[in-house]
Ligand binder design. Structure first.
Ligand SMILES: Nc1nc2c(ncn2[C@@H]2O[C@H](COP(=O)(O)OP(=O)(O)O)[C@@H](O)[C@H]2O)c(=O)[nH]1
Ligand SMILES: [Mg+2]
Length: 177
């Protein structure tokens, strides 16, 4: 397959790091940037790691204030298409996703950035669901695909959190193809 344009993946928060560790080998990108508190473990494809400390569960406000300079530089200077991946509703991924959205609005070529996000199911509580909905709504003017894990549920049976996560992972893989 010949591609004209380079494609880069940037993951924000713990979920994105975990997703990259599990599925990195299946993904067709020219570079990977992982922003998280902990480095991806046991993966032998190249990536750049940007350390981002997690203060507490709902540290969105901190995350907004402390967007790493290196992340800004990458967003400004990387050539080609950039996909931003995060699971919304909690601190790091949620806060950075919102901030990246704001930064992108100052760019002339906003279309080369694509946002992909999953939002937590009601099972995880009202608060993260509301936070996630708010942030996704805020980015609707940008190039964004976001889904609530509740909407991926099939049938009426009991769903464990792991089942939601699996559906979410499958949905993301499809978006990143
Ligand atoms: N689809 C999916 N979601 C997950 C998985 N692990 C955690 N999550 C969810 O990802 C969301 C964000 O959590 P997390 O990434 O830890 O927060 P952050 O690091 O503060 O951004 C929460 O709703 C988690 O329950 C997983 O393996 N797959
Ligand atoms: Mg985290």
């Amino acid at each position: 397959m010949k591609k004209g344009r380079k494609r880069h993946l940037i993951t924000l928060g713990s979920f994105g790091c975990h997703f990259f560790t599990t599925f990195g080998k299946e993904l067709d990108f020219d570079s990977f940037t992982i922003v998280n508190e902990i480095q991806p473990q046991d993966i032998d494809i190249p990536f750049e790691f940007i350390f981002f400390p997690e203060k507490k569960l709902f540290s969105s406000i901190t995350a907004k204030k402390k967007m790493p300079q290196r992340l800004k530089d990458i967003l400004i200077n990387l050539d080609g298409q950039i996909v931003i991946l995060a699971a919304l509703g909690f601190g790091s991924g949620n806060g950075l996703y919102e901030e990246v959205g704001k930064l992108i609005r100052t760019f002339d070529d906003q279309e080369r950035l694509q946002f992909v996000s999953i939002r937590p199911p009601e099972m995880e509580g009202r608060y993260p669901v509301e936070i996630a909905n708010m942030v996704a709504l805020e980015l609707t003017d940008l190039n964004q695909r976001s889904v609530s894990l509740d909407s991926l549920k099939i049938g009426y049976g009991y769903y464990r959190l792991e089942d939601y996560y699996q559906k979410g992972d499958e949905w993301i893989l499809k978006q990143l193809k």
